[in-house]
Structure formats: C-alpha cells, structure tokens
Write a protein that binds this ligand. Structure first.
Ligand code: 76R
Length: 250
C-alpha cells in the first residue's frame, strides 16, 4: 500500500525549558532585570520574523512541573531552526534554563480529504495552514502521538478508504470546536520519537479537555491512538514573561 500523500510546511521546534531556580534566585535584581530586558530584544526579533512571514514564534508559561517555559519556533528549513536555537542559547536568559523536553516536526496536512486540482503554492488558505503563525489565543496544549501498529489495530494495515472514513469522523468532531480550538498537526516520522505532534490553541483550556475527550470515543483515537506526555501553558508576551520570572525570583 502506498503511503498517503501529505503536504509539508514549515519545520517546528517545541523547546521546553525549566528555570534553574537556585542560580536565578541568587542573581541580584538589577542583573535579573537586565537579563530579561535583553531577552525582550530576542523576542522582538522573533515577532518581527513572524510578522514578515519568515517563521513563527510563541512563548508560554507551562502549567505543572514537567517544564516552566515553552518556546515554539517554525522556520522553512531545519538549518534556520538551528539558527534560532543558537540565537536563543546566545541570550543570557538561556544560561538560567535547562532543557526539559524538545520536539522536532514539520507542519503536515493529510491528503485524505484534500480537494483535487488545487494549486498549493497559490492557495492562500493552504499556505497559511502550512506556515501557521502562533495565534493570539491565551492557552496552548502540546502532545506527541502515534497511530497504533499492533494487531488487530494496526493503522498502517488498513485500506486507504477505511483510514479516510476514520479521519472524516475524526474531523467532524474537530469541526465542532471551530472557533474555540485551533489545531496544528505536525508530522515527525523520521524526525522525532513519535509520529505526530499536536499543538492546540484556545482562549479557554477547558476546550482542550472537551475536544480531546470527545475524540477518545471516536474510533480513530479509541482504537488507533497512543499518546506521549501532555503539556499545557499560557501564552505570554515579553512583559508577561518578565513578570512571571520576577515573581519566581522573589
Ligand atoms: O477537515 C480537514 O480537512 C481535515 C480533517 C482532519 C484530518 C485528515 C483533521 C481534523 N485531522 C486530521 C488528521 Mn486531526 N487531530 C489530531 C488530534 O487527541 C487525539 O485523539 C488526537 C490528536 C487532535 C486533537 C486533532 C484535532 N489528526 C489528523 C492526523 C493524521 C492522521 C494520518 O494522516 O494518518 C492526526 C495524527 C490527527 C490528530 N483534527 C481535525 C483536529 C481538529 C480540531 C480537526 C478539525 C479542524 C478544522 O476543521 O478546522
């Protein structure tokens, strides 16, 4: 059976960081403020790149203790993602962080429900979905996932028609959350440890729970989905990050 056709967009790096509390709290308040001011310039640059449609950027304070912060970047190439990583590491703030988790993937649109005869390069809506800016929504939810490959629920042994049928039902649930949850699916077969990364945005995090719970009862998730760790966070601008970091500083 041939693999289904996919459209692939920008490469994505989810970079989860935890603050080195001991060193951060020991820093004198003037230095701490300067570190955050300098970091504001990095953020400014990333937001300008996003406005110029050269990439995407978002920063989030993560709930729970798996990580403190998420920096989300998208770029047309892995090389450019590596440049952003280096520029982040060059900031003074980076020295106060350690790596909690990271994920590399590429924005993916599945071909199952694609309309034939569309010129991808000229279709503005498709281009926006392949190169999605981080929306101005307050919350993010990220997790990696697989489609199961064990008998009798091996997704990869299903006929294409059967997979399409499952994904249509799946998409129907998704569309009930239109306007409430924005989703970006990125493929990571050959790029990272799971097969897809799921990034969801919403203004109310209860919609993450409701959407994902609905999907659990749908066959495409109930039979075929396996999930990695879940992260949920709140989007912050430079000022919001500074405020949070100074609260942590004490
Ligand atoms: O309508 C369309 O054009 C797209 C229909 C669609 C496909 C093909 C769709 C819609 N998804 C598709 C593919 Mn999805 N999606 C997930 C998760 O938590 C879980 O149970 C699964 C994680 C969520 C929350 C989600 C949300 N989707 C896929 C694939 C690829 C499968 C493959 O190619 O084999 C995965 C891994 C996946 C996972 N999906 C939607 C949503 C939502 C909210 C929608 C509706 C989007 C919209 O109409 O705007």
């Amino acid at each position: 059976m041939p693999a289904p056709h996919t459209l692939d967009g920008w490469y994505v790096l989810h970079d989860f960081r935890t603050i080195r509390r001991e060193v951060w709290k020991e820093t004198d308040p003037h230095t701490a403020a300067a570190v955050l001011r300098d970091f504001g310039a990095f953020v400014q640059g990333e937001l300008e790149a996003q406005r110029a449609r050269l990439g995407s950027f978002g920063q989030f304070v993560i709930a729970g203790t798996k990580a403190d912060l998420l920096f989300l970047y998208m770029r047309p190439t892995i090389g450019e993602l590596n440049d952003v990583k280096a520029r982040f590491e060059a900031t003074r703030l980076a020295d106060f962080t350690e790596r909690a988790y990271s994920y590399v993937s590429v924005v993916e649109l599945g071909g199952y429900l694609a309309k034939p005869g569309v010129d991808v390069e000229q279709d503005e809506a498709l281009q926006l979905r392949l190169k999605p800016p981080v929306p101005e929504m307050r919350y993010v939810c990220f997790y990696p996932m697989n489609k199961r490959r064990t008998h009798p629920d091996n997704w990869y042994m299903l006929d294409e028609d059967e997979r399409r049928k499952h994904l249509m039902a799946h998409g129907q649930i998704g569309r009930q959350f239109a306007g409430k949850v924005k989703q970006v699916i990125s493929g990571s077969v050959g790029l990272d440890d799971w097969e897809w990364g799921v990034t969801l945005y919403a203004d109310d995090p209860i919609h993450f729970k409701k959407l994902i719970y609905e999907m659990r009862f749908d066959e495409s998730s109930a039979r075929f989905a396996e999930f990695g760790p879940f992260y949920v966070g709140e989007q912050v601008d430079a000022e919001g990050l500074t405020k949070w970091m100074m609260t942590l500083h004490g």
